[in-house]
Design a protein around this ligand. Structure first.
Ligand code: GDP
Ligand code: MG
Length: 667
């Protein structure tokens, strides 16, 4: 099996690779590992078989120096994943032989810092012969490791790293003895390092666990080396092995999908020689990743949200919107929690709330648009429904309209409630309020229109009847005229309440409304009578009226027989009595002498003038001039003794009667 792809994560020029996350996600398949992965790094002098060890134990393909190919490999830090231990990232360091050169010291310090920030376990590779030699390069390296570690983890004493010493070219001396020496040496180095203020008494064991193993010379004792390596492998791959190194407590709590970003930030801090404070870095990483996770999820729901938005903008109601909104919300929220909960709890919790709010904001637009559409379509259908009631079924207006109104209100409220995302700050009741106000307004408006229609119809009905009654009453203008008119008013008023009840029963009028309708109709009765009276006394109309009255005395006798003017008849007597009757009628019409109180209308303090003096004179003058002609004509007939009615006329009247004779003559 060929080793997994390898990445020169930090080059010899101290450049960090931009491809870390891509390798983690795609080449190493650790994208969704979360915290369930391990990271191990190795340190030690050059050409002490470090790469050889890693390749043998982890099945990696790090470059190994051979006798004929020295120093060909790019310097810096290398990273890959183990082919044998599951979910394990392995980091190798490629340096030079001499650590006396300043640039390598710098490289070593930075590598140590970087490795400590992300690894659970540091392998310290050293030759047995180096143990106890305080000037050996390994000891200098360990001093560096201790110092930078204190800087890194000073605020979190609980964060431990395991140092696993691999004693190479082991021969003879028992491992226990060598371990003891090493442990003493380590404590001595620890004592000797400069410690930050407040940490003067810190113990090595607060920061590091130490473990030891030994391997014989690979080339000289090949079989023993292989056997020892086989025994060592389970330390990295079998959690049940008593020496298993990847304990949870050594984890640096960097979820795999944030490793790339975290490495970048840490490396930048290291290179700019800023204090590297891991807890802060972890918080920054958490914030960064939460934002990124949030963005990705929001991006993934964007198409569906857009599609719904577009559909809603078309004005129609989306039938399964509530379900779809709840699914979008729950899936997104769960996905966020699943990915982001791996990061710093406090940051995650805050960001989770922010994310929920963002989702609420996005979904609120759908919520509001859907309700707006329901609002509009319900108002439209309600308007049509109520208009139809007015036109076709006004008698059950109130019952039917109210029933429909309640139905639409309940439907709207249900929709609003089911669209509400639990935990969102939306108050669906607030959406119901304007809808309820609008639908009530439509109801009131159309009810008022319906009432008005009915009122107008009733008014027309009353007018038709009243006009006929008035025409009849206007036939005779005598002493009984005004009492007769009073009776007419009283009768019209008396019929009103029942007429209102029958015509408007569908609208369930309140007392006030009934009173309003009644007073409108009463006023219209009064207006109509007043109008008709005014028309009656209009100069030309009234003139002919007066002449009719005059004729009742001047053309007809008391038996309503036509008067035939014959010589010797006293025209003046007839003329005067006709004129007197006309005069009386004219005078009777000077004022409106009507009692409006049956209609609930108060009477004016003084009767209103119907015919003023000027009009009266005009009418009378015209009347007199017209009847004067008739007088002359009649007088002429009576004053002409030679004028003889032919004898056959009397015979004809006797035989046919007067009317038939007149018809006969006029034909
Ligand atoms: P690194 O520089 O520490 O990574 O060392 P390498 O793994 O590249 O090996 C350097 C040289 O040491 C190579 O020629 C190896 O064959 C040799 N080597 C491998 N294993 C051992 C060992 O166990 N002991 C010794 N002394 N040399 C070894
Ligand atoms: Mg090497």
């Amino acid at each position: 099996m060929s080793p997994n792809p390898m990445l020169n994560i930090i080059s010899g020029d101290l450049e960090l690779s931009p491809d870390i996350q891509e390798y983690v996600n795609d080449k190493w398949g650790l994208k969704d590992a979360g915290h369930e992965y391990n990271l191990i790094a190795i340190f030690g002098a050059q050409s002490t078989g470090k790469s050889t060890l890693l390749n043998t134990v982890f099945g990696t393909g790090f470059d190994v120096m051979t006798a004929n190919r020295r120093q060909q490999t790019t310097k810096g830090l290398w990273m890959t994943t183990s082919g044998t231990a599951e979910n394990t990232i392995v980091m190798d360091v490629e340096g030079t032989d001499s650590r006396e050169r300043g640039e390598d010291l710098e490289m070593e310090r930075k590598s140590a810092l970087f490795s400590l920030a992300i690894s659970q376990v540091l392998l310290i590779n050293l030759l047995e012969t180096d143990i106890g030699r305080s000037n050996a390069s390994n000891y200098g390296l360990l001093r560096t490791v201790f110092e930078v570690n204190l800087g890194l983890f000073q605020s979190t004493s609980a964060q431990k790293t395991l140092l696993l010493f691999v004693i190479r070219d082991h021969y003879g001396t028992p491992v226990a003895e060598l371990s003891k020496t090493l442990e003493e040496d380590m404590n001595q180095i620890w004592e000797g390092i400069r410690k930050p203020e407040g940490l003067e008494d810190a113990k090595l064991s607060q920061y590091f666990d130490l473990a030891f193993t030994a391997l014989p010379h690979k080339l000289i004792q090949a079989a023993e080396f292989d056997a020892a390596v086989e025994k060592l492998k389970p330390w990295f791959s079998d959690p049940d092995n008593p020496n298993y190194v990847f304990k949870k407590e050594y984890r640096k709590r960097i979820p795999s999908d944030g490793l790339g970003h975290f490495a970048g930030e840490v490396w930048e801090q290291i290179c700019s020689n800023k204090d590297l404070d891991l807890p802060t870095q972890r918080q920054l990483l958490a914030k960064f990743r939460c934002d990124e996770i949030s963005r990705n999820i929001l991006h993934s729901i964007n198409d569906e949200v857009q599609e719904l938005q577009t559909a809603l903008e078309g004005g129609r109601e989306v039938a399964d919107l509530a379900d779809r909104m709840h699914t979008i919300y729950q899936t997104s929220f769960d996905s966020f929690c699943h990915q982001a909960s791996r990061y710093e709890t406090s940051v995650f919790q805050t960001e989770r709330d922010v994310f929920a709010q963002t989702l609420h904001g996005i979904l609120y637009m759908l919520f509001a648009a859907q309700l707006r559409n329901i609002h509009r379509s319900s108002l439209k259908s309600f308007t049509a429904f109520v208009e139809k009631l007015n036109a076709e079924n006004p008698d059950s207006f109130s019952t039917e309209a109210l029933k429909q109104k309640e139905h639409l209100l309940a439907t709207f409220e249900n929709s609003a409630r089911s669209l509400t995302i639990p935990g969102s700050p939306w108050k669906y009741e607030e959406q119901v309020k304007p809808f309820s106000a609008d639908i009530n307004a439509v109801f009131e408006k159309l009810r008022a229109a319906g009432i008005k229609n009915k009122e107008v119809a009733l008014q027309e009905e009353i007018s038709t009847k009243l006009e006929a009654d008035l025409a009849f009453a206007f036939n005779t203008i005598d002493a009984q005229f005004w009492p007769g008119m009073d009776t007419l008013v009283t009768e019209a008023a008396a019929k009103l309440p029942e007429a209102i009840d029958t015509h408007l029963k569908g609208y369930q009028l309140s007392e006030d409304e009934r009173a309003d309708v009644q007073s409108t109709l009463s006023a219209s009765i009064k207006d109509l009578i007043t109008k008709e009276l005014n028309e009656l006394v209009d100069a030309s109309t009234f003139n002919s009226k007066l002449r009719t009255i005059f004729h009742s005395k001047f053309r007809f006798d008391s038996q309503r027989r036509p008067i035939i003017w014959r010589p010797g008849m006293n025209v003046e007597t007839y003329f005067d009595s006709g004129k007197l009757l006309a005069r009386n009628a004219l005078e009777a019409m000077r004022f409106i002498k009507l009692d409006w109180s049956p209609l609930g209308i108060s009477n004016p303090p003084t009767p209103l003038a119907l015919i003023d003096k000027k009009l009266e004179n005009k009418i009378w003058t015209q009347f007199e001039s017209e009847v004067a002609v008739e007088f002359q004509d009649a007088s002429m007939r009576c004053d002409q003794p030679q004028y003889k009615i032919p004898k056959w006329t009397y015979l004809a009247i006797f035989l046919l009667g007067f009317n038939e004779l007149m018809d006969f003559i006029s034909s």
